[in-house]
Design a protein around this ligand. Structure first.
Ligand SMILES: [Zn+2]
Length: 161
């Protein structure tokens, strides 16, 4: 069998099961960039999941496709938009929403340690579980809101337009 070519296909699934095609690309990098800019706008439509797959051209059947990355959509604990995407393979989540960027990630150094953070406030913390990480992000967001940082929301909406 001679593989004549490979294309990279980002796609997403809306909450009602509708598949959103984004095109097919000759490099993985382009496919990832296209997916990333899509994830930034995922609060505009309710999404379930998104992925990037590599398809080998002229190959019949399941062997033709390799899923490179898969993400699930969640509500961001900080900005409350549905732009919080988690990597299904290994635990890693990030808000792609503009001006937010809240993230949770398993520590690459220590096992059983979860890192989380919210870059605009330089907040970062190490906790033990993913639930703790969600709680600590919610707490810092509540504190920011209590301190009158609702200006952040305005900035969000301006950038979103
Ligand atoms: Zn967010």
């Amino acid at each position: 069998m001679v593989i004549t070519g490979r294309v990279y296909v980002p796609s997403a699934v809306e909450e009602d099961g509708t598949v959103v095609g984004m095109g097919c690309f000759s490099t993985q990098e382009t496919a990832l960039n296209v997916l990333r800019s899509f994830l930034k706008k995922s609060h505009q439509v309710s999404m379930q999941r998104a992925s990037v797959a590599a398809w080998d051209v002229d190959v019949v059947g399941d062997d033709a496709v390799t899923v490179l990355s898969e993400h699930e959509c969640r509500t961001c604990p900080v900005c409350h938009r549905t732009t919080f995407w988690l990597d299904v393979e290994r635990f890693k989540a990030k808000c792609y929403g503009s001006a937010c960027g809240a993230w949770i990630e398993e520590s690459a150094v220590e096992s059983g340690v979860i890192d989380c953070g919210w870059p605009p406030t330089r907040f970062a913390e190490q906790v033990e579980t993913i639930d703790d990480a969600m709680r600590s992000l919610r707490r810092i967001a509540a504190r920011a809101e209590a301190a009158g940082l609702s200006a952040i929301d305005e900035r969000f909406s301006i950038e979103d337009v």
